[in-house]
Design a protein around this ligand. Structure first.
Ligand code: SAM
Length: 241
């Protein structure tokens, strides 16, 4: 019997099933939390974030929320995710009263009462999972205050053959077997492998963000072993209303 494949609409449901083992798996990935913090800091939020409202879209178990909180400890932060299981893990952690969580799909923020303006939006490992990223990115752009940053942190290959080969080797030699050992489930991580190969290259995501109307768009790789496969994309609302 061939293993079941994950389709995009199943993604939040698969995260429900993987939620209990998610923190253990990402904790075993060298640099995971440090790279999230680096991306949150690359938003260059002023001071300690006092008086600011930030959105962590696709917050999962709260790893990216914790990075945003470390970068802006005095900000008010809303974490949003479509997976109830991932949110349950996030809510079980200890947070200041300025952090809250909402169960909603990225495609239905307004219906869930998540409305701007925001002084910054963080989307870590989310955009690649969206069936149609452009409308969501367009809505995020409109929810940002003029000049405020969006940071997309994701697997996005540099485009070299080496980056594709390296990604495939890491997935099949490490990530997928480790997920099998730790959780007994590999479908989500086989989907991860495919989704990265299909997703925008770093330069393509920069072009996409420009096309949607963001300005000052830049892509910076993370340091270390993920240098050619994980980037931070920081883009700003143009300020044209
Ligand atoms: C790989 S996890 C990343 C979680 C967290 N941002 C982190 O950095 O650890 C991706 C998250 O995106 C969520 N997600 C996927 N598609 C979504 C959608 N359409 N709307 C909202 N959340 C979604 C999943 O439920 C999952 O929790």
């Amino acid at each position: 019997m061939s293993p079941r494949a994950v389709r995009r609409p199943d993604v939040p449901g698969e995260f429900d099933a993987a939620a209990g083992s998610y923190d253990g798996l990402v904790g075993a990935s060298p640099g995971y939390h440090e790279h999230l913090l680096l991306s949150a800091r690359r938003m260059q939020l002023p001071g300690r974030g006092a008086g600011m409202r930030l959105l962590d879209l696709g917050c999962g178990t709260g790893a990216s929320t914790a990075a945003l909180l470390a970068a802006a400890p005095e900000a008010t932060i809303v974490g949003v995710d479509a997976s109830a299981g991932m949110l349950e893990q996030a809510r079980a952690k200890s947070w200041p009263s300025t952090v809250s969580f909402v169960h909603a799909p990225a495609e239905g923020l307004a219906d869930a009462g998540v409305r701007g303006p925001f002084d910054g939006v963080f989307a870590a490992y989310l955009v690649r999972n969206l069936a149609d990223p452009d409308p969501v990115l367009g809505e995020l752009r409109d929810m940002l205050r003029p000049g405020a940053p969006l940071a997309v942190h994701d697997y996005s290959l540099s485009g070299s053959l080496g980056s594709r080969v390296f990604w495939t080797a890491v997935c099949w030699a490490v990530i997928i077997p480790l997920a099998g050992v730790r959780s007994g489930r590999t479908a989500l991580y086989r989907y991860l492998w495919r989704s990265v190969l299909r997703f925008d290259l770093a330069a393509e995501l920069v072009t996409r963000l420009h096309r949607i109307g963001f300005v000052d768009v830049r892509a910076d790789p993370v340091p270390g072993w993920e240098n050619t496969i994980v980037h931070t994309f920081v883009a700003r609302h143009a300020g044209d209303g």
